[in-house]
Design a protein around this ligand. Structure first.
Ligand code: APR
Length: 254
């Protein structure tokens, strides 16, 4: 088990309200590619900028391409398992003496499958669907892809005939208001904020740690690499989430 920096262990042990902001790196050790390298290793998508695959403009221009990419990612997540980092957060949240909230940019369900309630899914949820035109929820089974396919025609809404889309927040769309409001409230009401596995590029999520720090809350980044947030946190723990979080929860359990 990796060594936990002493300062991090002491702040975490004393914390009674902990908020954890996670990004794609949280799921990397589950085999789910991080966003900025989502295409690498998947020959079909290597020619596409992942950010283009998750934009409202791309949906309008080529819904079959965007739908196929989401079905591929959903299939990959469906076959993945929560990693020790997800499970460590769920264990920590189960303690009676701590309130731990998860605010995630991830559209996967790995926190939930590890047993963690999620306070905010800032960028939506890959496994919920609605009509892109009338907004009605779509409850029919959706078949995910086991192999990448370039295009798939989205199903049609039974009410208005519009295309069905995932409940994911695409570039060019607003974040769900309540999720963002709850995330800001959590930043203002925490003894400790952990920022795990995010490059800190996409706003407004990337501003959440600043809100906490501006409120005098200790902010710790857990990431093997330096990020845009690294010089705006109290401690940079250069470690993978799947090793750091189990080590931390083990250190404070004692
Ligand atoms: N443990 C912790 N962090 C890791 C790990 C790991 N095992 N592996 C990679 N990382 C880090 C990378 O160093 C990087 O800083 O995870 C981060 C992933 O960054 P991005 O791919 O940019 O993902 P994210 O920050 O979540 O992107 C935010 O951008 O494209 C949109 O909506 C999409 O939610 C996404 C948002």
């Amino acid at each position: 088990m990796i060594e936990v920096p002493g300062w991090v262990a002491s702040v975490a042990a004393a914390a009674r309200t902990v908020s954890v902001l996670t990004g794609a790196g949280m799921s990397a050790e589950s085999g789910v590619p991080t966003f900025r390298d989502a295409a690498e290793g998947t020959s079909l998508w290597e020619d596409y900028d992942p950010q283009l695959l998750v934009s409202i403009d791309s949906w309008y221009a080529d819904p079959d391409l965007v739908w196929a990419w989401h079905l591929w990612l959903a299939g990959l997540v469906h076959r993945a398992e929560p990693n020790p980092g997800h499970r460590a957060l769920a264990d920590w949240a189960s303690r009676d003496d701590v309130e731990l909230r998860i605010i995630t940019q991830n559209i996967d369900d790995l926190h939930e499958r590890a047993g963690s309630p999620v306070l905010s899914h800032l960028h939506g949820n890959l496994f919920a669907f609605r009509c892109a035109d009338c907004g009605r929820e779509y409850g029919e089974p959706v078949e995910f892809l086991s192999e990448p396919e370039q295009r798939r025609r989205p199903p049609s809404c039974g009410h208005c005939g519009g295309f069905i889309r995932p409940e994911v927040v695409w570039f060019g769309e607003a974040l769900p208001h309540q999720d963002m409001e709850d995330a800001v409230d959590a930043m203002l009401d925490s003894d400790l904020v952990l920022v795990v596995g995010t490059s800190g590029i996409v706003q407004p999520a990337a501003s959440l740690p600043d809100i906490a720090r501006g409120h005098g809350t200790a902010v710790v980044e857990i990431n093997p690499a330096l990020t845009r947030l690294s010089d705006r946190v109290d401690f940079c723990w250069r470690a993978p989430a799947g090793q750091a979080l189990p080590a931390l929860t083990s250190a404070i359990a004692g």
